[in-house]
Design a protein. Sequence first.
Length: 270
Amino acid sequence: MHEDISTHVMAANFSFHRKPFEMTKLNGFDTYLMRLQTDGRCRARIDSKLSLIEPGDLLIFSPGQPYELKIDDEVNPQGELTVESGDYHIFFKGPWIDSWWKSQKRPTRIRIPLDERHLGLFRQLVLEQRRLSNPFPEISDYTMRILCLEVDRLLSEQPTTTPKSYLAHRMKHYIEENASSIFKLEDVAAHVDISVSRAVHLFKEAFGTTIMQYTLEVRLDMARERIIFSPMSLEDVAETSGFANYTYFHRVFRSRFGVSPKQFRIANRT
């Protein structure tokens, strides 16, 4: 027997529309709704106004909150009128969710990076709901809680959402997701479709450090954990943490932590 769980995912799915679609519920739903726009554009009612919703827009509605969605012709990045809209949507409720919702003031719309960390949580919830037999509903419970807490983390990292801060945070998440691989400034800038000079400026303005310095810090922290907890050789630690060669890794590691990688491993395993 499983104990009654305090978070209930009632439905989770992915939709893709190529034809016009409208939904209006003046009295809202009897559950919470989380909707993530992944492709194309649509319009939704936010603060009594029908607003344009684009990829990366996460909408969260509480029970009884008026809901209106309209999918129609929108101008795509190529300047063409087209009907195209893709989204994940989750209906959920429960005592834990009620407490989470009341813990702070929450905007109806926030911007989130469309990276694997966040999309993976939505996919997991959809897959769990599609299971014909699911003796472990706690998986959906805890995945939903993680998603809610990720929203809290995003809100704390970007208390005021502007186009510039959104781009900066997208670059930050790109670095965190790809730090174990070799990439260049051009790759980070291309990820958010801006010039290298603008990317460098926006990142420095948002976080007070450079893109490459932050990348180095992420890689060093990754290497430190692997030195302590993994059986990898130090050369493999360097390679899998995104360093081009061991000589450079040894030098920057000693500069950052005051000891060589070998000394650091010995000190933390005794």
